[in-house]
Ligand binder design. Structure first.
Ligand SMILES: [Zn+2]
Length: 301
């Protein structure tokens, strides 16, 4: 009795697990984001529509990163001018994720969301660990949704028809992705369509209610599911004092001097994790001396 109960228990982990189905030209992934999702959305007061956009962006980024054969880092970036200035998701080969959405207007309605996603550019870049050539893809925005956009991209650009199903709560996101993998044995996609049809009929709350094994067992009771090892995901920002110092050096001593003309110190807050960094005049003087971007002592006294 207790075994059945534990099997049905929802899974509060931060994980991605891939699977295949015996006899079907299909592979899939179940992704669960709990603490990671909460950590990311707690950095800013995101309205519900942006939380949904963030959830879609996180799930699709992590799954597409898993689809890549060579380990590396995936970046999804949307830049716009009509409300959403920047949407950025980064997933590293260690499955460390950071993400943010920066807005210049309040996004409270679907109309606002549509207009803010209508003019911008969505790009997915993959940097392989081998330091070889990065893969950069410009992706058309479909239906003002990251799920639709990434589904369209995978099918039309990558020839990897895929379908996502998502369940989002205020505290967690669970996603299921199914992908058609043609083989010599199964050349047509009829079996894939059958699998999609079954997944399409699934209620979203089942994604939240059941763990991976129970979920797929309920979805495909007749089929044999082969799971790969579960991989852990986590929220992690790699900001550092060194990176903030590099950013100040890039700004140039004239700009930094201007800020320090009416302040005792420079305060920089990381946009991804809200960690704060402070640099006083001596720190800055030393930085520009070491950084050899000269002339600091002539400006600040
Ligand atoms: Zn940070």
């Amino acid at each position: 009795m207790s075994l059945v109960r534990s099997k049905k228990k929802s899974d509060k982990s931060d994980t991605i697990q891939s699977f295949t189905m015996d006899g079907y030209p299909v592979r899939g992934w179940v992704i669960r984001l709990n603490t990671t999702y909460r950590s990311i959305i707690s950095q800013r007061p995101y309205p519900n529509l942006l939380r949904q956009l963030m959830a879609e962006s996180l799930v699709t980024s992590v799954v597409v990163s898993e689809m890549c054969v060579e380990p590396g880092t995936l970046m999804m970036e949307y830049t716009g001018t009509e409300g959403i200035d920047l949407l950025s998701v980064r997933c590293t080969q260690e499955n460390e994720i950071r993400a943010l959405i920066q807005t210049s207007k309040v996004i409270q309605s679907k109309t606002h969301l549509k207009s803010s996603l209508s003019e911008g550019l969505l790009t997915v870049t993959y940097h392989p660990r081998s330091k070889g050539e990065s893969y950069i893809n410009d992706i058309p925005i479909m239906d003002y949704s990251m799920l639709s956009s990434m589904t369209h991209f995978l099918e039309n650009s990558e020839r990897m028809p895929s379908q996502f199903k998502l369940a989002i709560t205020p505290h967690s996101v669970v996603g299921l992705c199914l992908q058609y993998v043609p083989t010599f044995e199964y050349e047509n996609s009829v079996d894939y369509e059958h699998v999609l049809c079954r997944a399409g009929a699934m209620k979203e709350e089942h994604l939240l209610q059941y763990n991976n094994a129970t979920l797929l067992c309920k979805l495909f009771p007749e089929e044999t599911i082969c799971f790969d090892q579960t991989k852990k995901l986590c929220f992690k920002c790699d900001c550092s004092c060194q990176k903030m110092q590099d950013a100040m050096l890039d700004m140039g001593n004239a700009n930094i001097a201007k800020i320090l003309s009416d302040k005792e110190k420079i305060e920089i807050t990381c946009d991804y994790c809200n960690k704060q960094y402070e640099f006083d005049r001596i720190d800055v003087q030393q930085l520009f001396k070491i950084g050899q971007r000269g002339g600091w002592s002539n400006i600040i006294h």
